[in-house]
Design a protein around this ligand. Structure first.
Ligand code: ATP
Length: 983
């Protein structure tokens, strides 16, 4: 049989060149002088099959198997051996190929081996396993050296046993058993380790369980308390909000009432004080008029005394009664005539003055109506302006129009540390720059300024915990300015159309300047588009440029422009508010002016009306006087006609001769009478005005008292509502603060947690108190113990399962080992039995008679028992094997070998000078006997013996034609003999 078909080697030991040895026959002889490389062939086979021990390969290290160089040839770096086997009978039972090529390569530089089966890279273990399948291992029967033959007899029964293990196929089991035991030990270690951990956890678990139970209890109570308290707080806050809105509405309503009431009181006070001051001037005027009046009256009475004296003197000088009566009549007539003229002139004047005053009244009334109209429209505008101011303030207060996150942060500013406010609250932008700044500071306006990054962390956590939106924060401690370098700033300032740098144009408190430097530090303001383009070119499109109308050039050249929808940005709101406030002030000023003007016109109208009235009275009385005078005149004329028989007229001589002196006095009296009347008239006007004014004063006084009382009541009401309002706001803030402080919740997030559990307030209070006292009683609680306990318990359970699994696998392994043991015993017993059956015959063949047997040294322990050999060579009685000759020892060993081969054929056996100690006859017998096994076994026999050579099917000569380099050639017997003799 041919099993090993070919060996190819290169770089292995002395096989410097690529060497091929083809096995075409079942029995191959290898001959050659000492040191030529014969044993290197065996080494090559062992090495290729995975031998790891360099000693077994007769070297110190694995590097020694690589060709180390000769006198003519340098060393090599790699050794490679390939063995090609015939596997048609599936000697490699696990490989389903008819031919199996096993290759091993070794690289000196990496000190690594590579293995291949039929060209595919495999592991060392794979090669070792298939070598085991065929029994081709170093300690096996397959490779037998002269040494191992002589050792066989001399070795201990235990060492000897290995040969039978091999034959029984127990070696594989043993290897598997060793592996199983190793695994078992490892598994037992694992089990011990797992059990240690289990014990440790088991010790910890009860205390953890207690802690966790307590923590769980705490958590349940805390959660319930939280649920109730949050619901109560939310309900309170809702209530407070509602109430605060109501109170605020009431406040506003009362405020309006107070304002208008105050206006009423103020107006009345103003009127009163005006009346007071007018009265005092009237009093002065009245004094003066009375004085004038007194003087005129005095003057008149003096004149009348004078007139009387003149008239008496005249009467005394006239003798004729008739003449004196006539003269008297003429004087009286003259006097009446004078009076009539005076009255007529007076009436004319009065009529004229009345017309004049009526005209004045008319224009005063129209002036008053104009003032009233103007005042009404001013009041309308004022009311509208106040409304707008109120709306904007309300918007500002309610943080309306802010991003959700920003609003939530600002609403909770009180409980969050370090929040300074929004950017838009901190800056001021002049009206001229509003459009351009609005176009660059968009959402940045709502950035929140915070004193440091640590507090930003708190704020962000707050938003996250409450899912309350997000916001951009500017922490003052880490903010860094965005800057335009100084040289560029300088150059830009000198360009046409430069307006300013945004971080300087916007105004902010000095301590917050970094915010503007950060947000708009690289923005340049210019007048218009053309300046923007010019500036952008100059700065090489590196920074932001914005025009006064909000067009922008971004770094790298993008241009943003067009028309913007009017944004309701805070910048606009702020300036709008300022605008409205100043408009309000102007309007109020104007209102006051108009009211004063109206009151002046009113006084004027009153006076005019009084004057006209007085004129009417005066005209009436003058007309009456005129009539009386005319009647008197007709009476005198009648009397004169009766006495003189003539008509009295101005051309009459008598008439002409009247006493000029008396006439003069009469004229003076008449003049002064007119004057007196005039003064009287003025006094009357003044008195009437004063009277009216007094009654108005009284009226005002009472009214002011009443209205002030009302105002005070309103104020009291307001202050009561206001204090209620403050209290509610305070309570609301406290409740919100508690939500945030105790439960880290915003109102919005708490709202979603609110339960409708508050039916009975007393019950709820009682429950809260109970929960609080329960929680207090629980004392210190380790909340983490809940998770810790769960983790440890589940770890404990896992480990228990693991421990059980390990135990299962230990018992499986033990079972497997037991199975292997019993299988090994069966197989081992069988081989011993079989060998014992064939040994006597083999022994007799090789010894030429006698008999032998093998026995257990310890039959009770078949697995570990040594194996002894009992022999009885022909005609000898042997009790001690050591006493045998060298040749006999070899024959014994060979008998056993062949017996084994008989019962358990091996596909390849290498015999290395095993027959050396035998004599010629025995060599002959040995060689012939081998031949009987060649049907089932391939032999490679390294030999120096002619007898053996003669029986081989083919001979290979191993030479070193080139020093240090082995060469293999097929040779004939003659050459073989020569080669052997060359030793
Ligand atoms: P003997 O008949 O005396 O047993 P042999 O023919 O079996 O001799 P080997 O033992 O096979 O000879 O070969 C030994 C030879 O191989 C020696 O000459 C040794 O120098 C050579 N040799 C061993 N290892 C190397 C190596 N790594 N490089 C070169 N030559 C080596």
């Amino acid at each position: 049989m041919i099993f090993l078909k070919r060996i190819e080697a290169v770089g292995f030991k002395s096989f410097a060149e690529h060497t091929v040895l083809n096995y075409d026959f079942a029995m191959t002889g290898v001959v050659g002088p000492n040191g030529s490389g014969k044993s290197n062939i065996t080494d090559a086979i062992m090495w290729a099959l995975g031998e790891q021990s360099s000693k077994s390969l007769r070297g110190n290290s694995m590097e020694d198997i690589v060709f180390s160089g000769s006198a003519d040839r340098g060393s090599q770096n790699m050794a490679e051996v390939t063995l090609v086997f015939d596997n048609s009978k599936r000697a490699f039972s696990s490989l389903d190929y008819n031919e199996v090529a096993i290759t091993r390569k070794y690289f000196k530089n990496t000190k690594e081996s590579e293995f291949f089966i039929n060209g595919s890279k495999v592991r060392l273990k794979d090669v070792q396993n298939i070598a085991l399948e065929t029994g081709l291992t170093k300690s096996s029967l397959a490779i037998i050296s002269q040494g191992s033959i002589s050792n066989f007899v001399e070795s201990s029964p235990e060492q000897r046993r290995r040969l039978f293990d091999e034959a029984a196929g127990v070696a594989t089991y043993k290897k598997r058993k060793e592996e199983a035991i190793r695994k078992l030990l490892h598994t037992q270690d694992n089990l011990a380790r797992v059990n240690d951990i289990i014990n440790e956890i088991e010790r910890k678990l009860p205390s953890l369980k207690r802690q966790s139970k307590k923590a769980q209890e705490y958590k349940e109570k805390f959660d319930e308390l939280k649920e109730i308290e949050v619901s109560v707080l939310v309900q309170d806050i809702e209530l407070y909000s509602k109430r605060s809105i109501e109170l605020n509405d009431q406040k506003n309503e009362i405020k309006l009432k107070i304002d208008s009431q105050k206006m009423i009181v103020d107006e009345k006070n103003l009127e009163l004080s005006k009346l007071n001051s007018e009265n005092s001037s009237k009093d002065k005027e009245s004094l003066k008029l009375n004085d004038d009046f007194r003087k005129v009256v005095e003057k008149i009475s003096k004149l009348q005394v004078l007139k009387m004296n003149l008239e008496m003197n005249k009467q005394n000088s006239e003798i004729n009664d008739k003449e004196s009566v006539v003269k008297n009549l003429i004087t009286k007539s003259k006097e009446i005539e004078i009076k009539l003229n005076t009255e007529k002139t007076k009436i004319e004047k009065l009529v004229e003055e009345k017309a004049q005053n009526e005209n004045n009244l008319k224009s005063a009334l129209s002036e008053k109506s104009m003032i009233t109209n103007e005042l009404n429209s001013i009041l309308k505008i004022l009311a509208k302006t106040e409304n707008q101011i109120e709306e904007l303030n309300q918007k500002k207060l309610s943080n309306e129009g802010l991003f959700e996150g920003v609003r939530n942060i600002l609403d909770n500013k009180k409980v969050l540390p370090g929040i300074i406010g929004q950017v838009q609250e901190l800056i001021h932008v002049d009206k001229d720059y509003e459009v351009s700044i609005s176009s660059i500071l968009t959402s940045g306006l709502q950035n929140i300024v915070v004193n440091n990054a640590e507090n930003v962390k708190v704020a962000i956590k707050f938003l996250k915990d409450n899912r309350a939106g997000h916001a951009t924060f500017l922490p003052l401690d880490i903010l860094r300015a965005n800057q335009i370098p100084n040289d560029i700033r300088f150059a830009v300032q000198n360009l046409n159309g430069f307006v300013g740098f945004a971080n300087e144009v916007i105004k902010i408190e000095k301590k917050y300047q970094i915010i503007l430097d950060y947000l708009v530090g690289t923005y340049i303001l210019v007048e218009d588009y053309d300046s923007a383009i010019e500036t952008a070119k100059m700065i090489k499109y590196k920074y932001n440029i914005v025009t006064l109308d909000g067009q922008r050039i971004l770094p790298h050249g993008a241009i943003v422009g067009g028309s913007r929808k009017k944004r309701t940005s805070f910048i606009n709101d702020n300036s709008k508010l300022e605008e409205l406030e100043s408009k309000k002030i102007d309007l109020e000023k104007k209102e006051l002016e108009l009211k004063e003007k109206a009151s002046d016109v009113d006084s004027k109208i009153n006076v005019l009306r009084e004057v006209i009235n007085e004129h009417n009275i005066s005209t009436g009385s003058a007309r009456q006087t005129l009539q009386q005078l005319n009647e008197e005149k007709y009476k005198i004329h009648d009397e004169y006609r009766i006495i003189t028989g003539k008509e009295l007229d101005g051309n009459d001589e008598n008439y002409k001769s009247i006493d000029k002196q008396i006439i003069e006095v009469i004229e003076k009296i008449s003049y002064n009478e007119t004057e007196k009347e005039k003064v009287q008239q003025q006094i009357n006007i003044l008195n009437s005005l004063k009277e009216k004014s007094n009654s108005r004063q009284n009226e005002l006084f009472t009214q002011i008292q009443e209205e002030s009382k009302m105002l005070n009541a309103l104020r009291e009401n307001y202050s009561q509502i206001n204090s209620d309002y403050s209290l509610i706001i305070e309570r609301k803030a406290t409740s919100i603060e508690r939500l945030s402080k105790d439960y880290n919740l915003t109102f919005e997030s708490a709202l979603s947690l609110k339960q409708n559990i508050i039916d009975n307030e007393d019950e709820i209070k009682e429950r809260i108190n109970k929960l609080r006292s329960d929680i207090r009683l629980l004392g210190n609680v380790n909340l983490e113990s809940i998770v810790e306990y769960e983790t440890e318990q589940s770890r404990f359970d896992d480990l228990l399962t693991q421990s059980n699994d390990i135990k299962d696998s230990i018992s499986n392994l033990n079972e497997a080992i037991k199975d292997m043991d019993s299988q090994m015993i069966i197989q081992f017993k069988q081989i011993i039995k079989d060998v014992n059956a064939s040994l006597p015959e083999t022994f007799a063949r090789l010894f030429g008679g006698g008999t032998a047997s093998i026995v257990y040294t310890n039959p009770d322990d078949v697995l570990d028992s040594g194996i002894d050999i009992k022999i009885a060579p022909p005609g000898k009685k042997i009790s001690n094997l050591h006493l045998l000759s060298g040749g006999e020892k070899s024959l014994v060993a060979l008998s056993v070998l062949f017996s084994i081969l008989k019962v358990k054929p091996i596909p390849l056996v290498i015999l290395d000078e095993v027959e050396a100690p035998l004599d010629v006859a025995n060599v002959e017998r040995f060689a012939k006997y081998i031949k009987t096994f060649t049907d089932n076994t391939q032999f490679m026999i390294v030999t120096h013996r002619i007898g053996t050579m003669e029986n081989c099917d083919i001979l290979f000569g191993v030479t070193m034609q080139q020093k240090g380099i082995t060469k293999l050639v097929q040779i004939k017997l003659v050459e073989a003999k020569k080669l052997s003799n060359s030793n």
